[in-house]
Design a protein around this ligand. Structure first.
Ligand code: UD1
Ligand code: CA
Length: 468
């Protein structure tokens, strides 16, 4: 039962309305990723590690969020602003350990909150519910709560030294004795601290250890020294899987793809070979959508009811309307809007264009910066020439227009409603409504020409030249 002051958190767990500050640590260099890109900007299913963790803390119902980033990591700060505009960013000038990183957010801690959650930005699979479970012991008097798990391979993790339900210490692997290393309960990295004692604990943490770093994990022993309580909450390994290497990033991607495929199947999408379809966390499907094998969905794709995506398509930033057919072998780039019942066939690329209801581009076409009117027919090989080497220009194709095969539409250009463009035309000027435009050289026919050529050849003339 919720108390009178209680509320149900977004994670579905009832708790008192305690304020909570999440401190998200993202200042690491991520050396083991061997990448110029900061670790937390690497993506899983199209969403950065940082954005994932931020969305989890928001869902967990925290009241404020502070993000600790490294010096010069403007791209990390920008991603934080994009993902969670209300969060405060703090720069950790030198990377001197996890406790040192938490203290970079000291101004946020000093504002005073009931609970503090320290979350690592490289641990993206943590669930909002688990964060709520971790906070729960703080409400009943604990000063520190740590997340424990039993990994298949404990190498590299800190070990939890327990006495009954209480944690006595966390020993980093580099500092652990042989017997401590044999402990299978490890530190998942995420920690909850009671707001009233957090600063007093954090400021006592020193760097007397193998790495000469200020370890957040020392908070446990210090709390105990202050006669405070530290407890552990256990969780499955899947949730606290840290991403430190490209291999772990790929493993995490595989786990997330499995989840997204299942989510799509559960929502009624038909996937003949789900393991060959790659999705983004934000991919949206309507009812009765079919996706054939080998299709890749980039970010921001929405597929409406009854649409079919045939094999070997690549989609990003596209909205596919009801009953649309795409592919096989089609590419939809950002800014694509396909109206109801339209058809985009094989080897067709669409970018920043609206294709209205019932329009068709069935083969070998590039539609860029264009509007294709309803029921228009775009012949095979049609190209919108949208770029003049300096700027992009638009092509407007009217309703019911017919563009003959292998035409080049040199933008800016407008083709009126119901107009025809003769095959092989290079259209450089507007075509009025209902008109026919032909922009190609006339055909020349030379009757009997081949017969005359053969006759000359048979006379043994090597360089035969037939008179017209
Ligand atoms: C940490 C824990 C370890 C735990 C493991 C779980 C410590 C001392 N060790 O080890 O007990 O088992 O996580 O994954 O906490 N960071 C900063 N600034 C720093 C150092 C780190 O912002 O100066 C950030 C990193 O970006 C990262 C997080 O803190 O997001 C954790 O740091 P990392 O170096 O990955 O810690 P681990 O060695 O994995
Ligand atoms: Ca880590």
């Amino acid at each position: 039962m919720a108390s009178r002051l209680g509320y149900e958190s977004a994670a579905g767990i009832e708790m008192k309305a305690r304020s909570c500050l999440a401190i998200v640590l993202a200042a690491g260099e991520g050396t083991r990723m061997r990448s110029a890109r900061p670790k937390v900007l690497h993506t899983i299913a199209g969403r950065s590690l940082l954005a994932r963790v931020l969305s989890v803390v928001v869902e967990a119902g925290v009241t404020a969020t502070a993000i600790v980033i490294g010096p010069g990591q403007d791209n990390v700060a920008a991603e934080a602003r994009r993902a969670l505009p209300g969060a405060a960013s703090f720069v950790q000038r030198d990377r001197r350990g996890t406790a040192h990183a938490v203290l970079a957010a000291k101004p946020a801690i000093e504002k005073g909150v009931d609970d503090i959650l320290v979350v690592y930005a490289d641990t993206p699979f943590i669930r909002p519910k688990t964060l709520a479970r971790l906070r729960a012991p703080l409400a009943t008097g604990a000063a520190v709560a740590v997340l424990g798990f039993r990994p298949a391979d404990p190498a590299g993790y800190g070990r939890l030294i327990m006495a009954g339900d209480e944690v006595v210490a966390i020993r980093e692997e580099a500092d652990a004795s042989a017997s401590e290393r044999s402990i299978d309960l490890c530190n998942g990295g995420i920690m909850a601290l009671a707001g009233r004692t957090a600063l007093a604990i954090l400021e006592q943490i020193g760097d007397r250890n193998r790495k000469r770093e200020f370890y957040l994990t020392d908070a446990v022993e210090i709390a105990r020294g202050m006669k405070l309580t530290a407890v552990a909450v256990e969780v499955e390994e899947d949730e606290v899987r840290g991403i430190n290497t490209k291999y772990q990033l790929a493993e995490a991607e595989a786990v997330e793809q499995q989840r997204l495929r299942k989510r799509a199947l559960d929502a009624g999408v038909t996937l003949i070979a789900p393991e060959t379809v790659f999705l983004c966390t934000d991919t949206k499907f309507g009812k009765d959508v079919g996706v054939e094998p080998y299709v890749i969905f980039g970010e921001k794709v929405e597929v409406e009811d009854g649409a079919v995506i045939h094999s070997f398509c690549h989609l990003a930033g596209a909205r596919v309307g009801k009953g649309v057919s795409v592919g096989p072998f089609a590419r939809l780039r950002p800014g694509t809007r396909l109206g109801e019942g339209s058809r985009i066939g094989n080897f067709v690329e669409v970018k920043e264009s609206v294709v209205e209801a019932g329009a068709k581009a069935n083969h070998l076409t590039y539609i860029g910066d264009a509007r294709v009117g309803a029921d228009a027919n775009i012949g095979a090989g049609t190209i919108t020439c949208n770029y003049d080497g300096i700027a992009k220009h638009r092509t407007e194709i009217g309703k019911d227009a017919f563009i003959g095969s292998n035409s080049a539409l040199v933008a800016p250009v407008k083709i009126g409603a119901r107009a025809y463009v003769g095959s092989g035309s290079v259209i450089t000027g507007n075509v009025p409504e209902g008109a026919l435009a032909l922009a190609r050289s006339r055909q020349v026919v030379k009757e009997g020409w081949v017969t005359r050529l053969r006759a000359l050849k048979s006379l043994g003339k090597k360089k035969a030249h037939v008179q017209d």
